[in-house]
Design a protein around this ligand. Structure first.
Ligand SMILES: Cc1ncc(C[n+]2csc(CCOP(=O)(O)OP(=O)(O)O)c2C)c(N)n1
Ligand SMILES: [Mg+2]
Length: 675
C-alpha cells in the first residue's frame, strides 16, 4: 500500500555549497548512534528490562540527524512518542536516556516518565509526548516565549502523519502563521499511524499542501535523505529567525519496525513493502555519499559503528547499575515548591471594588511587576473580554502581552502551557468556563503532569481563569460548575474566590504560583456590588480557609456564590435560635481541612454547599474528610446541598430552583440540627 513510488512526488533537494563535509560526517555519525540506541533498546525491551513500551525510529534517522543539525544549541525541539532520535540528535546524554528507559532515578525523568516523556531542558529538548499532536500546540507557546524574550531562538515541533489529522495541527498552524512564530512544523510521514495507512486518512493530497491554506511555505521532501532534510530545515530556520514565521515540512519516510516495541498488532504491511523500503536505508545512502566524496572509507565507517556500539554499551552498563527512584522523592516532584511569597493579608480600608475589578487590578499589578506575565484569550485585547475582566490591560501593556487569539481553545491552552514551560507566566482566559472542555488535554495531560513526568524539571506557572456557574439564564453549555473535574488531577491547584477581597489576593497568588492554577470566577459575583479591597498588591495564601461567620450549632462549608446564600440562611435561622458557623475554603485544592475539622469539633454538625451537581461533587470529598477526621465529634450525618442530577436549565424559574438557595440551605441546616 505504501509503495516507494510515493517518493516520485517529492521535491529533490540537491546538496548546496552550504552543506559541508563536517555536516555529512556528523549527520552520519548521529544516525549510526541513533540506530544503535534503538536497536539495543528494542533488545532490552524483549529481555524484559525496559518496561511499558517504546517506539523505535529505525529507518527515520535522517530526519532527526538532518533537522537537528540545522539548529543551534539554544534552539528548541518538541518531539513525540517516537522521539529518541530527535532527543539524541539535539544533544541528549544517551546514558541518562537509557537510565530513564530502565526506570532509574538518574534517568532524565527520575524514572517517572519513561520513553514518551524524555526531556532535557538544559538543552532545550522540551520533551517527548504521549499525546499525539501535542508538540505542535506546545511549540507555539515555546516559540512565543522565545519571540517575546527576544532571544532569536527558533524551534521545531516534530509530529507524525497521524498527528496531522488532529485539530491541534490546524489550530497551531493558524496561530503560528498569524503571529509569525519562529516555529517549524516537521511532519515525519512514515505512512502509517499505528496500523492505519496515511493515504486512507489524509484528504487533499498530503500534509505539506495544507501549508498554502495558512499562506506559509510547505515542502514535501524525501525524509530518508539527510541532506535534503538539512537543507530544507536550514531554509525554514532562516525564515523563522528572520521573523517571517513558520514553515511546514513533510518528509516521506518509513519505520522499519513495528509501531511499538510491544509488537502486538496484527499484520498490516506486506513483507514485500517492508523489504522495498529497507533498500532505501538512510544510513546506507549517506554512507554512499561520504564514500563518493571520499570523506570516509570502509574502515572509517566500521569505526563509526564500533564507536556507537561502545558508547551505547557503556550507557547500558552505567544505567543498569543505578538505584531505583523512591516514592517520597516522586511525591515531591508532583508540584513546584511555593515561591517565597508574603501572604500577610492587609486589612481592608475604605476603598471599594467589584469582584471583577478586583481580579482586573491583580492582573494589572502583577503584569506591571513581572513582564513574564502575559494574557491569552478570545477578545481579551482592546475590548477587555466579554465580561470586561481584562479591560485596560491591552492599553497598559500592549498587544504583545495581552493577546487576542483565534477561537481555538486547543491552541490557546497548549500555547499557554508551552509558553509557561519556556519561562513566561501566562494567564489564559476561558471566555466561559464550559469551553474548558476543549482545553482539557492542555490542562490535564500537559500542564498538570509536565513537571512530574519530566522528573521535576519544568515549572508550569499558568493560570486558567474564567467565569463558571449559573444565574444569568445562559443554559446548559454556558453555566456549569466544573470544579470537580480538576480537583481529582494531581498537579493542579483550584482556587474559588467568593468575594472581591479574596478574588484579588488569590489572583495575585495564582499568578505568582509556579504551578498550574484553575482560577474559578462566578458570573453572579461579577454582578455584585463594590466591596472593600486594599489597593496595594497582596497575596492570599492558598489552602487557608476563611471563617466567614462564627457559630456554635452547625458548620456550613460553602463555595463561591454559595457563601453569601449560606450567610442569608444563617441569618434566617438566628430567629429560630440556631447559631451557624460558615467556612469559605477559598481554595479547593489545596483544601484547608484543618480549619474545617476544627470547626466541626466545635459545632458537631456539618452541611456542605456548592452549586455544582451534588453527585460526584467536591462536597463528597469534604464530607468524607470530616468523616475520617472528626467522626467521633459528629452528632448527625454530614449533609450535602448541590444542584440536582440535570444540566443547567434555561427557563428562569427552573434555573432558580436548580441553584441552591438560602431556603434549601436553611432546611439542610435544620435537618442536621434537629436529628
Ligand atoms: C491523542 C492520542 N490519540 C491516540 C493515541 C494512540 N497512539 C499512539 S501513537 C499513534 C499513532 C501515531 O501515528 P503518527 O502520528 O503517524 O506517528 P508514528 O507512530 O507513525 O510515528 C496512536 C494512534 C495517542 N497516544 N494520543
Ligand atoms: Mg506515522
Amino acid at each position: 500500500m505504501a509503495s516507494i513510488d510515493v517518493l516520485k512526488s517529492v521535491t529533490a533537494v540537491p546538496a548546496s555549497n552550504a552543506v559541508t563535509s563536517d555536516d555529512l560526517i556528523e549527520m552520519l555519525r548521529m544516525m549510526v548512534r541513533i540506530r544503535q540506541f534503538e536497536t539495543r533498546t528494542t533488545e532490552l525491551f524483549h529481555e524484559g528490562k525496559i518496561k511499558g513500551t517504546a517506539h523505535s525510529s529505525v529507518g527515520q534517522e535522517a530526519i532527526a540527524a538532518g533537522a537537528c543539525r540545522a539548529l543551534q544549541g539554544s534552539d528548541f525541539v518538541l518531539t513525540h512518542h517516537r522521539g529518541h532520535g530527535h532527543t539524541i540528535a539535539k544533544g541528549a546524554d544517551v546514558g541518562r536516556m537509557m537510565a530513564e528507559l530502565l526506570g532509574k532515578a538518574e534517568g532524565y525523568c527520575y524514572g517517572l516518565g519513561g520513553s514518551m516523556h524524555i526531556a532535557d531542558f538544559d538543552r532545550q529538548i522540551l520533551g517527548a509526548n504521549g499525546i499525539v499532536g501535542a508538540g505542535m500546540g506546545l511549540g507555539t507557546g515555546a516559540a512565543l516565549a522565545e519571540h517575546l524574550k527576544g532571544t532569536g531562538n527558533i524551534g521545531i515541533a516534530f509530529f507524525g502523519d497521524g498527528a496531522a489529522s488532529e485539530g491541534i495541527f490546524h489550530e497551531a498552524m493558524n496561530l503560528a502563521a498569524i503571529w509569525k512564530l519562529p516555529l517549524i512544523f516537521f511532519c515525519e510521514n512514515n505512512q502509517y499511524g499505528l496500523t492505519t495507512a496515511t493515504a486512507d486518512v489524509i484528504a487533499g493530497g498530503g500534509v505539506a499542501r495544507r501549508a498554502s491554506a495558512y499562506d506559509v511555505p510547505g515542502h514535501l521532501i524525501d525524509g530518508n535523505d539527510a541532506v535534503a532534510v538539512l537543507e530544507t530545515v536550514r531554509r525554514a530556520a532562516l525564515r523563522a529567525r528572520g521573523g517571517q514565521g513558520p514553515t511546514l515540512i513533510e518528509a516521506i519516510t518509513y519505520r522499519w519496525g513495528d509501531h511499538s516495541m510491544r509488537a502486538n498488532l496484527p499484520t498490516y504491511r506486506t513483507e514485500q513493502e517492508e523489504a522495498e523500503w529497507r533498500t532505501l536505508d538512510p544510513i546506507a545512502r549517506l554512507t554512499a555519499l561520504t564514500f563518493e566524496r571520499k570523506l570516509l572509507n570502509e574502515d572509517d565507517q566500521s569505526s563509526l559503528r564500533r564507536d556507537a556500539e561502545r558508547e551505547i554499551e557503556a550507557a547500558i552498563t552505567w544505567a543498569s547499575a543505578l538505584p531505583e527512584p523512591d516514592l517520597d522523592t516522586a511525591m515531591k516532584l508532583v508540584a513546584a515548591k511555593q515561591a517565597e511569597t508574603d501572604f500577610s493579608e492587609p486589612v481592608s480600608g475604605q476603598r471599594k471594588l467589584t469582584y471583577a475589578s478586583a481580579i482586573n487590578e491583580a492582573m494589572h499589578q502583577e503584569m506591571a511587576r513581572d513582564d513574564r506575565v502575559i494574557i491569552l484569550g478570545e477578545d481579551v485585547g482592546k475590548t477587555g473580554g466579554i465580561f470586561g475582566l481584562t479591560r485596560g490591560l491591552c492599553d497598559a501593556f500592549g498587544k504583545a502581552r495581552v493577546r487576542d487569539t483565534p477561537i481555538a481553545e486547543g491552541a490557546i491552552s497548549n500555547c499557554g502551557v508551552g509558553a509557561a514551560m519556556s519561562g513566561l507566566r501566562p494567564i489564559v482566559e476561558i471566555q466561559l468556563f464550559d469551553f474548558v472542555s476543549l482545553m482539557m488535554d492542555a490542562i490535564i495531560n500537559q500542564a498538570a503532569k509536565a513537571r512530574f513526568m519530566m522528573g521535576g524539571k519544568p515549572t508550569v506557572p499558568i493560570v486558567f481563569r474564567g467565569p463558571q456557574g449559573a444565574g444569568i439564564r445562559l443554559a446548559a453549555q454556558h453555566c456549569q460548575s466544573l470544579e470537580s473535574l480538576f480537583v481529582n488531577v494531581p498537579g493542579l491547584e483550584v482556587y474559588a474566590p467568593s468575594n472581591a477581597y479574596d478574588a484579588k489576593g488569590l489572583m495575585t497568588s495564582a499568578i505568582r504560583s509556579d504551578n498550574p492554577v484553575i482560577f474559578l470566577e462566578h458570573k453572579l459575583l461579577y454582578l455584585g456590588g463594590e466591596e472593600p479591597v486594599p489597593e496595594p498588591p497582596y497575596a492570599v495564601q492558598p489552602g487557608r480557609a476563611r471563617v466567614v461567620r462564627e457559630g456554635a450549632d452547625c458548620t456550613v462549608i460553602a463555595l463561591m456564590a454559595m457563601v453569601d446564600r449560606a450567610v442569608q440562611a444563617a441569618k434566617r435561622l438566628e430567629a429560630k435560635g440556631l447559631s451557624v458557623e460558615i467556612i469559605d475554603p477559598r481554595t479547593i485544592k489545596p483544601l484547608d481541612c484543618e480549619t474545617i475539622v476544627a470547626s466541626i469539633k466545635k459545632t458537631n454538625r456539618a452541611v456542605v454547599v456548592h452549586e455544582a451537581v451534588r453527585f460526584g461533587g467536591v462536597g463528597g470529598e469534604i464530607a468524607a474528610t470530616i468523616m475520617e477526621q472528626a467522626f467521633d465529634w459528629l452528632d448527625a450525618p454530614v449533609k450535602r446541598v448541590g444542584a440536582p442530577e440535570m444540566p443547567v436549565p434555561y427557563n428562569d424559574s427552573l434555573e432558580r430552583q436548580y441553584i441552591p438557595d438560602p431556603r434549601r440551605i436553611a432546611e439542610a441546616i435544620e435537618e442536621v440540627c434537629y436529628v
